[in-house]
Design a protein around this ligand. Sequence first.
Ligand SMILES: [Zn+2]
Ligand SMILES: [Zn+2]
Length: 307
Amino acid sequence: MELFFLGTGSGVPSKERNVSSLVLRLLEERGTTWVFDCGEGTQQQILNTNIRPRRIEVIFITHLHGDHIYGLPGLLSSRSFQGGETPVTVYGPRGLKDYIDISLELSGTHLRYPLYIEEVEEGELFEDEQFIVEAVKLEHGLESYGYILKEKDQLGELQPEKLKALGVKPGPIYQKIKNQPRTVLEDGRVIRREDVIGPAKKGRKVAILGDTRYLPHLEEVLKDSDVLVHEATFAGDEEKMAYDYFHSTVKQAATLAEKANVGELILNHVSSRYQGDSVEELLEEAQNIFPNTTIAYDFYQHPIKRI
Ligand SMILES: [Zn+2]
Ligand SMILES: [Zn+2]
């Protein structure tokens, strides 16, 4: 599991930072990638990476501001040209379906893969054998959401020495023992999985928020996330500006990370007003409150390890 930041700027592209997009690579977990927001130029950014649009399985849109969606019809269309055949689901706020349908229709674009568009409300979006994903409502000029991904705990590793001690020789039977709670051996003995397996691998929790004002009540839903990706549009002393423009300051993001006891904070959506040394200052401001903070930059890759 790895975060790959494609665009980390706010509002308009700059030479240093493209507009919002990031990818969560789940290649080991499910052989796919999930995309969060798709600002203009996301396709070009992808060309500079080894991310393959064919592998995109889900796209989450936080809100419909242009810097988060102007690259979406192009990416969907190119994925078709590049031979993408597997289905894609796009989640996002009300209006998303019109935006995509109209863009594709008016431009005469026909996708060669099934596209599902789900307009979201606060609450659980889906659950499968690996993940539960939910949307939380934020406060921004337009309807805006954060997405919280909870990976389910996974079975621990089979302990071969324990099986050998029981006289079970390695072979396909090992997989069988791992797959079911009880296995009857040929000699009639019953092996209980819980007796021969190591501790469960704890699932990870990743929260990726869209543009938002500082919302202290999010502390609850973000509690103990391994990683929080939060916007940082303004410096710490610009609380009023941040409030007026429906954004957050770096200090507010760090405060939320601290209160919610997250493992790591990654800041994105950095205004082009901050460059070079002033980005360092933003980082310092945040780290004074929450030391384990990083400011993402375009093409920054961040593995999310199991603890
Ligand atoms: Zn934005
Ligand atoms: Zn916005």
